[in-house]
Each structure stands twice: as structure tokens, then as C-alpha cells.
Write a protein that binds this ligand. Sequence first.
Ligand SMILES: NC(=O)C1=CN([C@@H]2O[C@H](COP(=O)(O)OP(=O)(O)OC[C@H]3O[C@@H](n4cnc5c(N)ncnc54)[C@H](OP(=O)(O)O)[C@@H]3O)[C@@H](O)[C@H]2O)C=CC1
Ligand SMILES: CC(=O)N[C@@H](CCC(=O)OP(=O)(O)O)C(=O)O
Length: 346
Amino acid sequence: MIRVGIVGASGYTGAELVRILLRHPEAELAVLTSRSYAGQQLSAVFPHLSGCTDRVLEVFDAAKMAAACDVVFTALPHGHAVPVARAVLERGKKLIDLGADFRFRDAAVYEAWYKVKHEAPELAREAVYGLPELYRDRVRGAALVANPGCYPTASLLATVPLLKAGVIDPATIIIDAKSGLSGAGRKLDLRSHYAEVNENVTAYNVGIHRHTPEIEQELTAAAGTEVRVSFTPHLVPQTRGILTTVYATLRKELTTGALLDIYREFYRDEPFIRVLPEGVLPRTKSVTGSNIVHLGAVADPRTGRAVLLAAIDNLVKGASGQAVQNMNLLFGLPETTGLDFVGLYP
Ligand SMILES: NC(=O)C1=CN([C@@H]2O[C@H](COP(=O)(O)OP(=O)(O)OC[C@H]3O[C@@H](n4cnc5c(N)ncnc54)[C@H](OP(=O)(O)O)[C@@H]3O)[C@@H](O)[C@H]2O)C=CC1
Ligand SMILES: CC(=O)N[C@@H](CCC(=O)OP(=O)(O)O)C(=O)O
């Protein structure tokens, strides 16, 4: 059995890791940490876990964590994963960070967008960006995996195949994305109060959202040329789900069927990617609770643009499900082990 530690188990992605790992046949929960709820049962914090686990939350102890676990997930706000990573890696164990601390190959980019000093640029360089559909082979041999952000996961999976096929102009990419509220985490925040979000849709951080450089880093790698995107996130009044819509100018006239064929070819053997039939468009409800990505595309001959759409559950493929997919790769398990590939809703 793989002995798992979760630092930040009292947060949304931490709890989602627990939900997934409780049904994982090869993993056992070894240590779960929280500062605020240390000493309490996890099920007292999250009633949906009642009767599923009697695990008690503990204060983080680096030596204990590293000794008791084969892999540690950090599900913390950015800026807090470095000390945990050092402690775990020094003892020869593996670390999967769900935050942004190791996603940038160039720590200066992280510092510029996140406004915090990076305490371990060497670890950021060594980390593997954990998007299995693009970097599966590198993840397999990694010690440190940087799990991608939720918006980047959806945006990159929709855009990269067409960029690599050379059919869209990299200088014209616009990404418009909507997220449910759990994307903002469990901490209290005025932005996510009921009265602020109910019956309301708002854009936020336009032009300055910290997922912009992450998306650009990976699109630049895919295109082989510097890519800049306009990225606008929105909050929508639902709990889970991200729908991303990408607009880009086509380099030649292509039909919708041809765009979908490019997706089908690129994702031929991918267990979690579903390319929807022509005329069917992704919707967040269809992927809720699963690690599945729904992709759709429309070629618009009137404007010469491709419109590309992806739907994911931000807490599953956008965070904890993808992290478990990465864990499966690190330990040589079938990538789908313990992960749902059917959504909850019709
Ligand atoms: N929510 C989502 O959809 C996604 C989130 N992410 C990323 O995953 C990470 C976790 O997100 P999420 O679970 O939503 O966040 P939450 O706010 O729900 O949980 C954060 C966790 O970190 C702990 N924590 C908070 N501050 C500190 C601190 N200063 N030092 C140590 N522990 C702290 C909290 O617990 P306690 O106070 O009990 O210690 C809690 O367990 C973040 O980096 C987020 O950006 C990535 C993709 C998607
Ligand atoms: C709806 C909402 O607020 N979403 C979060 C993104 C969550 C995420 O993926 O953040 P990390 O990059 O830190 O992992 C946001 O916009 O900040």
C-alpha cells in the first residue's frame, strides 16, 4: 500500500483527496494535517465523510510526516509548500503540490505574479508540471510534481492540440473561463459570500490573474514561440465546475469536424479525455465528481476563428483527481486507479 500524507486536509482540495483516496485500492491515509482543527476527527469538519473515516487531524510535523508516508500532498495556499517539500524530498519521499509554488520553471515569473519571494528556485526547476496528458513520461520519474492550476488544466487541454498541429495563430488566443465557488477554497472571503455570488456572475482579476503566466508558460512550450494570452476568469453561482472557452484565429480554413479530428487523434489513448461529437458542447454538470474532461470545438468560417471549449470539475481534474492521477504515475499504477470516469449527473 502507498502511505499517503495530506498537508492541509481541512481544505476543499484536501478533503477531495481524502474522498478519492478512501476508495483507492492501493493507498492508505497515513497522516492528515490541519492547524485550525488539529485533534478533531476529519468527519467532524466534513460531515460528508461521516462513517467513512475516523482519522484525526494532526499538527504538521516534518519528521513524522516523512517517516510515515511514501508520498505527501500539499494542499496549502501558495507560499507554504517549500518547507514541506524540503523535508519530504530530503528523506527520499515524493511530493505532489496542489498549489502554485513549483509550477514555474523560472522562479522570477512566480515572484512577479504572486508577489512573494520564492524560497527554493532550484526545486521549481526540478519539479515536473503534472499535466499527465502532456508530461506523463516525465511525471513517472519525478520526485516533485507541480499539480497544475484548475483554469490552466482546462485551458491547456483545449488549446495545446491545435497549437501543436499549427492550425491556430498563437498570437490570437483569448481565454474566457467560468469557475464555481469551491475554486476559491474554504477560507472565508467577501468575494465568495452567498449574497455576493448568488444570482450573480462576475469577471475578476482581468488581465492580472496569476494563472495567466502559467498558461503562457505551457502554451509557449507547445508552440515553440513566445505566446501571450488574454485570460478572463469569471465566478458563477455554483459549487463545482470550470467551463473554459478559447478563441483563436485559424491559420487555414477548417471545418468543425476537422478540429474535432485533431483532438481525437491527439487524445487517442487518453482515459480521461472525452471529445464530444460535433454539435454537442461541454457543460460542467456532465463532469461533476469525475476526473473527466469534456472537449468541444466549433469552426466559425464567418470570422475565421476556432472556438474551443473544455469542462472539468475544478476539485477533481482541476486539483485532487489530477493529483491522484499523478500519484498513480509516480508509483507505476494504472493511471485510472481509484479515479471516477463517470460524472454524477445525467
Ligand atoms: N479549490 C480549487 O478548486 C483548487 C485549488 N488549488 C490550489 O490548492 C491549494 C489548496 O486549495 P484549497 O483546498 O481550495 O484551499 P482551502 O482554503 O480550502 O484550504 C487550505 C488548507 O491549507 C491550510 N492552511 C491555510 N493557511 C495555511 C498556512 N498559512 N499554513 C499552513 N496551512 C495553511 C488550511 O487549514 P488549516 O487552517 O486548518 O491549517 C486548509 O487545510 C491552493 O494552493 C489552491 O490554490 C488548485 C486547483 C484547484
Ligand atoms: C474561483 C477561484 O477563485 N479560483 C481560484 C483559482 C484556484 C486555483 O487553481 O488556484 P492555484 O493556482 O493557486 O492552485 C482563483 O481564481 O484564484
